[in-house]
Write a protein that binds this ligand. Structure first.
Ligand code: BTN
Length: 349
């Protein structure tokens, strides 16, 4: 039996964290009716004093837990933090036990970049491990750009380890775009995808995706899918030049979003798309990818636009007419059809 919920180190700490997470799970199950300290102690296998001490720690973390002498404890509110236990409670509630995305969630109040941390742990991490934080101090965007990542956003990276060829990795970005746009639509936000990896709302960017990978010979070792969402970010704090081109979910909805609920739904959606991806590129049932591409097309803001795409060695202009089986954007230029796998896309009309 655990007698003391105060500070300790090493194994004891992780045992206490486990007990505290269990306590949170139980409290979630008793939101409608209080549960006594005695019953909590019995269920957790700890003393009443230890229950008390854990409850106090949770309160310090921002949990609101009502307590009445005769009836016991009742969870009234949870902190606005993307805590793994809170995400897992929601993932379980969504019936997501079967998906590997979020099987391991590593949370940090602050990181330089979730992509950097994810890459550092990737070799030993499980497929589907999520690294998530509240604030990034060196968030990175595509093409070496900085990515502003203040409080209120959702900054996360997913480590993926499908056994695929490196050239199939770009399709993971398309997959993530579909998952994010779809989840936003569930929240009544009319999100669209700008090729290859921006999520827009009424023409303004609300999310960016940065996929990085490591490969050996002709097999991908791992990919890190970095997703940055301006959820409850105050757009007034955006740099002046970004206010025209960027928005946040809060600004679009006129109220704050429940980041925990959104993140859990996003992880479930990613899990569904990832299952399709593996079916197509690991099991060889390519029709599974066709279904994903159809969804991408229906969410696309790019198809039908006149675009200029800057690639590493050349720039092309023309009408974006579709996306092909390999995930390449098909552009009809004056010189004929071009298939583009990567580049910076600007709408010219
Ligand atoms: C872009 O549109 O340029 C991509 C932006 C990607 C930002 C996310 S936030 C989480 C992850 N960590 C990073 O440093 N970058 C990605």
């Amino acid at each position: 039996m655990e007698n003391d919920a105060g500070n300790s180190t090493g194994k004891g700490d992780s045992k206490k964290e486990h007990t505290r997470d269990e306590l949170v799970r139980i409290l979630h199950g008793f939101r409608d009716a209080p549960i006594s300290g005695e019953e909590l102690g019995e269920r957790l296998g700890v003393s009443r004093a230890a229950v008390n001490s854990h409850i106090n720690q949770l309160r310090e973390m921002g949990y609101v837990i009502d307590a009445a002498t005769k009836t016991g404890y009742r969870l009234a509110a949870v902190p606005d933090r993307l805590l793994p236990v809170e995400l897992k409670v929601r993932l379980d509630g969504l019936g997501a036990a079967g998906t590997c995305i979020g099987c391991d969630i590593q949370y940090f109040p602050q990181l330089e970049s979730t992509n950097d941390t994810a890459k550092a742990i990737a070799p030993d991490a499980r497929d589907g491990t999520v690294v998530i934080c509240e604030v990034q101090t060196k968030g990175r965007g595509r093409l070496g750009r900085a990515w502003m990542s203040p409080e209120g956003g959702i900054w996360l990276s997913v480590v993926l380890k499908p056994k695929i060829a490196p050239q199939d990795a770009a399709k993971l970005t398309l997959m993530a775009g579909v998952a994010v746009a779809d989840t936003m639509r569930e929240f009544e936000i009319p999100a669209e995808i700008k090729w290859p990896n921006d999520i827009l709302v009424k023409g303004k960017k609300v999310c960016g995706i940065l996929t990085e990978m490591s490969s050996e010979a002709d097999v991908m070792e791992y990919a890190v899918l970095g997703i940055g969402i301006d959820a409850n970010v105050d757009t007034q704090k955006f740099p002046l030049e970004a206010r025209e081109s960027a928005t946040s979910m809060q600004a679009e909805l006129g109220h704050m979003v429940d980041r925990l609920e959104f993140t859990a739904k996003l992880l479930v959606r990613l899990g569904e798309e990832y299952a399709r991806f593996e079916k197509a590129f690991v099991d060889g049932d390519i029709r599974a990818f066709d279904a994903m591409l159809d969804e991408w097309r229906s969410l696309s803001d790019t198809i039908g636009r006149v675009v200029t795409i800057q690639m590493r060695t050349k720039t092309i202009s023309g009408e974006a007419v579709g996306i092909d089986h390999d995930g390449a954007l098909i552009v009809e230029t004056d010189g004929g059809i071009e298939k583009v796998f990567a580049g910076d896309c600007v709408y010219t009309r």
